[in-house]
Write a protein that binds this ligand. Structure first.
Ligand SMILES: Cc1cc2nc3c(=O)[nH]c(=O)nc-3n(C[C@H](O)[C@H](O)[C@H](O)COP(=O)(O)OP(=O)(O)OC[C@H]3O[C@@H](n4cnc5c(N)ncnc54)[C@H](O)[C@@H]3O)c2cc1C
Length: 533
């Protein structure tokens, strides 16, 4: 990693005395399920400001399709959900965290229902649940078919907009966490309506979501650029398991179109994977065939693509009842129709894409990070729930549970002793050549896909760190005034850390597959890989 990035504490010059200032008890950065739930919990005890990069409706949460996993059915049990989560996590899940999250699930999902989330209801008048890969039982609750994330977010957004103790600021690009001389977090600085803005806070909760946009092929919306991880790194927080990026096996593959997700639930309800020759192949790779864990399905698809010399495989749902499909999966139905794919006759072209970041800011059972007064919840955090692989539909649940925990604790631990010192930070002018950050961003995303993708190996990982290091030397030494360039700086930071972590884990475990170390190595790597500045 270049010296610039290690030395750099803030992305921009700061003179706090000359900057707009706001004060709050709790500052929540991010408005997906984790941030929204945090704000609601914190508002029970104090005043809250919640900020998001663009609009409240733009988040990974809004795009979540399949549903939220929880023990909601009499035939299901906590033990079964815990066992499935631990098994999928391949030894890296923290059993206490797993138990905590899973046991709090039913009550919090029920609460979502009471707050207006229009979950799909079964014939027995209970929340309907479906089966997804890796789950031994049907336990994935969904809403409006495959619009689960949107429907949950709408209910939570309604709740925060009606709450006078929560101030919402949209189009606030958080640049950095502010810390004092004791390395306590005292708020954040961001850009809002073209001006810098400081928000001083007694406690700050990072809920900035995932980092799928670090890859050329991804299911994630534009905002998922790993800003929270980069901010936390600059502030000195401990990060964990950054090598663990989950790739979703089935995203629509049409050149030029965005990689829209084709939910796992479709395979849960009987969709088959076939190759370019129309041959079903998953049973050659795993006894659970299409319902094998995501990493196995993703790698099997890649192998099958190589075997058949094609860029994608297909999902076959030609035998589905068309009416049921349109009702159960309205989003995918609309998507297919928009490309003139008649699912009763045509196959759906798919391939894997970067989907979910398991690594992130290390947190404990109380959502606390290694920095005093800084909490993290949701995809930005590495809580220990998912281990080396995330069980489908466990992430909305994680955001919900840890959002509540973070909001409750942060709002109960207001010390009123944080002073707001004047912060003055100046970055020396750079004499080095300027690179086009848009071009660097695109090249970086391609590099990550090629060298830090589904299958990894030492030499390409080393090459990735060297190339990123080169870009950093010309990008990290400058100050910018556009979101795009700041994002590029954050992406270079996180990608470099990911490639380093992937090099360090010289084994294959969960989503992390090293072709030069194809076996799991419990002796040396049954542990987390942590990084801090
Ligand atoms: C297509 C898709 C389908 C999925 N389906 C499922 C599913 O069925 N079940 C499931 O459990 N999980 C699913 N996931 C994963 C799940 O949606 C996410 O893990 C979860 O929603 C993350 O929630 P979050 O609150 O942590 O972050 P997000 O929902 O991503 O919210 C992040 C928030 O942070 C804000 N933010 C980011 N950077 C900044 C910044 N610099 N300044 C200010 N604000 C910032 C954003 O504006 C946003 O408001 C899916 C993900 C995708 C992409």
């Amino acid at each position: 990693m270049s010296n610039q990035i290690r030395a750099r504490r803030y992305l921009v010059n700061i003179d706090s005395t000359a900057t707009n200032q706001l004060f709050t008890d709790c500052l929540v950065i991010g408005a997906g399920i984790a941030g929204l739930r945090t704000a609601i919990a914190a508002s029970e005890n104090c005043n809250v400001i919640i900020v998001c990069k663009t609009k409240l409706q733009e988040s990974n949460t809004w795009n979540a399709q399949g549903g939220i996993a929880s023990v909601l059915n009499k035939t299901d049990s906590f033990e079964s959900h815990i066992a499935d989560t631990l098994k999928t996590g391949c030894g890296l899940s923290d059993p206490t965290v797993v138990e905590t999250v899973i046991k709090q699930g039913p009550e919090l999902v029920e609460q979502l229902l009471n707050w207006g989330t229009d979950f799909d209801i079964s014939e027995n008048n209970e929340i309907a649940v479906t089966l997804e890969g890796g789950h031994a039982q049907s336990r994935v609750a969904h809403a409006h078919g495959d619009k689960t994330g949107q429907v949950i977010a709408q209910a939570l957004i309604k709740k925060i907009t009606q709450n006078p103790k929560i101030k919402i600021i949209e189009n606030f690009y958080a640049l950095d966490l502010l810390t004092n001389d004791h390395n306590e977090c005292i708020g954040a600085i961001g850009q809002c309506k073209n001006s810098p803005q400081i928000i001083w806070a007694q406690n700050t909760i990072l809920a900035t979501g995932g980092a799928g946009r670090l890859y050329r092929e991804t299911t994630n919306p534009e905002g998922a650029t790993g800003d929270g991880i980069a901010m936390a790194y600059r502030a000195g927080a401990v990060l964990q398991d950054l090598e663990l990026m989950q790739f979703h096996p089935t995203t629509l593959y049409i050149a030029g179109a965005s990689r829209a997700l084709i939910t796992e639930a479709l395979r849960g309800e009987g969709a088959k994977l076939v190759d370019a020759k129309g041959k079903r192949f998953m049973d050659e790779y795993h006894p659970d065939a299409e319902l094998a864990p995501r990493d196995i399905v993703s790698r099997a698809i890649l192998k099958q693509m190589l075997k058949t010399n094609t860029t994608h495989v297909y999902l076959d749902i030609r035998d589905f009842d068309k009416k049921h499909f349109a009702k159960r999966f309205p989003r995918i139905n609309e998507l297919c129709e928009s490309f003139d794919i008649d699912t009763s006759k045509d196959l759906i072209p798919v391939r894997p894409s970067a989907h979910y970041m398991m690594g992130g800011v290390k947190t404990d059972l109380f959502a606390k990070t290694s920095i005093e007064n800084l909490y993290a919840a949701g995809e930005v955090a590495s809580t220990g729930l998912h281990g080396a692989n995330r069980l489908a539909s466990n992430s909305l649940l994680e955001g919900l549970v840890f959002g509540k925990i973070a909001g409750q604790l942060a709002s109960q631990n207001l010390t009123n002793r944080i002073k707001h010192p004047n912060i003055s930070y100046r970055i020396p002018a750079s004499s080095k050549t300027r690179l086009d950050t848009e071009d660097v961003t695109n090249s970086l995303r391609s590099l990550m896909w090629r060298n830090v993708g589904i299958t990894r190996k030492n030499q390409p990982l080393k090459e990735a760190t060297e190339i990123i290091d080169f870009w950093q030397r010309y990008v990290m030494d400058k100050t910018f005034d556009s979101t795009h360039s700041w994002q590029c700086q954050n992406m270079l930071t996180v990608c470099s850390l990911m490639a380093q972590a992937a090099r360090k884990r010289r084994e294959s475990r969960g989503v992390h597959y090293r072709s030069d170390y194809p076996q799991k190595d419990d002796k040396n790597f049954l542990k987390h890989i942590t990084i801090s500045k």
